[in-house]
Ligand binder design. Structure first.
Ligand code: GRF
Length: 192
């Protein structure tokens, strides 16, 4: 499986995925490209340090042209993992990767999903509602935010005194431990 990771931010998920698959070539997954919508994303440095090619997409090109498809083809990408990528995926890209694009969401969907529910907003809302657990959802991507079929969910217990930042940390640890595993499982089942 030739994987592209799409990011907007610090890229800690991208880092764990790249490191895991570079350390284990026997898993049969190569991260061939990192795509960022932000020229300042920390993830770009992470990719550069690991010799993973990267590119930055501009909003106009992303939504008003399909030129990204040519780049994905050039790198022979056959699966996409969104890891903190904040733009809605346009239909042409979804059509080009049917059931071959995953997203990770830092909550137990369908709770705490949808427009505006990203990053700190999610964990603040979880805290405000006094939830005793939160978690992660890995799902296929379709035209609506956070509504594709779920592939994997895992929960983590929260302490009453956890701050939103501490909730974020607990959830992120769960993401790092599981995203690569889910990708590995899908790659293995696609080879069966
Ligand atoms: C993660 O919490 C992910 O679930 C969400 O955005 C965050 C990205 O973090 N979609 P990072 O850039 O991988 O550190």
């Amino acid at each position: 499986m030739n994987l592209a990771i799409f990011v907007s931010g610090s890229g800690s998920n991208a880092r764990t995925i790249i490191d895991r698959f570079q350390a284990h070539p026997e898993y049969g997954i190569t991260v061939v490209l990192l795509v960022s919508n932000k020229a300042t994303a920390g993830a770009l440095m992470i990719a550069a340090e690991r010799d993973v090619p990267s590119l930055v997409v501009k909003r106009d090109a992303f939504y008003q042209s399909e030129e990204l498809l040519a780049d994905l083809k050039f790198f022979d990408v056959d699966f996409i993992a969104l890891a903190g990528f904040l733009w809605l995926i346009p239909p042409y890209l979804i059509k080009a990767f049917p059931n071959r694009m995953l997203n990770i969401h830092p909550a137990l969907l369908p709770a705490y999903g949808g427009k505006g529910m990203y990053g700190p907003n999610v964990h603040r809302a979880v805290k405000a509602n006094g939830e005793t657990e939160s978690g992660i959802t890995i799902h296929y991507v379709n035209e609506a935010y956070d509504e594709g079929d779920y592939v994997f969910q895992a929960a983590v217990r929260l302490d009453a005194e956890d701050t939103p930042e501490q909730i974020a940390e607990r959830v992120l640890r769960l993401e790092h431990g599981n995203y690569w595993r889910v990708l590995r499982r899908l790659a293995a089942s696609s080879r069966e």
